[in-house]
Design a protein around this ligand. Sequence first.
Ligand code: MLT
Ligand code: MN
Ligand code: ZN
Length: 304
Amino acid sequence: MKIRVLGSSAGGGFPQWNCNCRNCRGVREGSVRAQRRTQSSLCISDDGLDWVLVNASPDLLAQIGAAPRLQPGRAVRDSGIAAVLLIDAQIDHVAGLPMLRERSSPLPVYATAQVMETLEGSLPLLPLLRHYCSVEPHVIAPGGEAFTIGPLQHTRCHAVALDSKPPPYSPRRHAPVRGDNIGLLFDDQQTGAAVFYAPGLGSINEAVAEALERADLILVDGTFWRQDEMVAQGLSRQSAADMGHLPQSGPGGMIEVLDRLPRARKVLIHINNTNPILDEDSPERATLRRHGIEVAFDGMEFDL
Ligand code: MLT
Ligand code: MN
Ligand code: ZN
């Protein structure tokens, strides 16, 4: 299985268009050593030709432009993106869907019933796409049977129910139900490798703990370093937990969780622009290095 990180940032990207926090200002001015990052997405393939897009980022067109392998020349109009798999209905994961409207056949979209409902209702991107290429919906169930997606010939997918938050425009923002947020365990039947991907993870439930144990590669929520990160910088009244994210530092934080998994390769993904780990010279980044934890960047690739 091959994976390419298309966008390693959380919603807003890095630097964020209207933000003058230390990181955003620093990367613009060149005073902070950090890489720019686009919003949250990756793609996965078995043969390196046909790919499943996992989350359709608002930055999708730039991400495709930066990844020539997503644009093979097999026909006058062609794309390496054969299907889309969504983990939630947040803006940073779905706003790129309309950018795929020029397809000549319906877009296969894999998502839970709850995500489909949000995309039919309060953020009606599926009705919108029906005016263009149309969609071929595939409903997946968290905790259910493993499922396969056409272009992945020997990699099975499992949807893992997450404790996190549906988007602000969901009627269930403050009362999430199973299926509003999932993580994905990809299991390559040929190589035996497993990857767990969960960019928005509020806590470690039993299913998540199992998936983490199973994984050889963990791509997991790197949104915030601190629980009160946005509050402390005067940027929001919401804590990491209010937004459905488990911070890295502190008791019970992501570093502690990952420390209990000595075998896997560990990579933080979906990094918010306020997070000090973006600064390659920060003490927080040095702490991650000591714990053997990497920070995803746009264009990072894995072959398992
Ligand atoms: C989140 O995961 O909480 C998001 O990145 C928020 C957003 O996209 O605005
Ligand atoms: Mn997000
Ligand atoms: Zn910022």
